[in-house]
Design a protein around this ligand. Structure first.
Ligand code: SF4
Ligand code: SF4
Length: 100
């Protein structure tokens, strides 16, 4: 998508900057930390070891919620979403070619 300035889009032959910005800043997963009860199941099962409980945060339920420590290391495998009993995770499909 080009920028919304129509006369600019009409003559621009450059890269599609807006798309590239969105694709490179999308998180691979979304964590609904308000629903997390800090059981740690997902932390134990993540094959990339990119989840941990955030000891600096207490959510409204009174637990330390899980956090993603390395977005680039997450492969969107969805194991965390399958193991979580509280539907905390939303998994986004990996951007083709963006991650190994
Ligand atoms: S999607 Fe896979 S790699 Fe990413 S945090 Fe969940 S279990 Fe780990
Ligand atoms: S499995 Fe679900 S409830 Fe348990 S720590 Fe992970 S996100 Fe939180």
């Amino acid at each position: 998508m080009h920028c919304p300035i129509r006369h600019c889009a009409a003559c621009c032959a450059g890269p599609r900057v807006a798309d590239e910005v969105v694709l490179t800043t999308l998180a691979p997963i979304d964590i609904a930390t308000d629903r997390c009860k800090g059981c740690g199941l997902c932390v134990d099962e993540c094959p990339k070891h990119v989840l941990e409980l955030d000891e600096m945060v207490v959510n409204a339920l009174g637990y330390h919620p899980v956090q993603l420590t390395d977005a680039a290391g997450c492969t969107s495998c969805a194991i965390c979403a399958r193991i979580c009993p509280d539907t905390v995770f939303t998994i986004y499909a990996p951007v083709k070619g963006a991650r190994a």
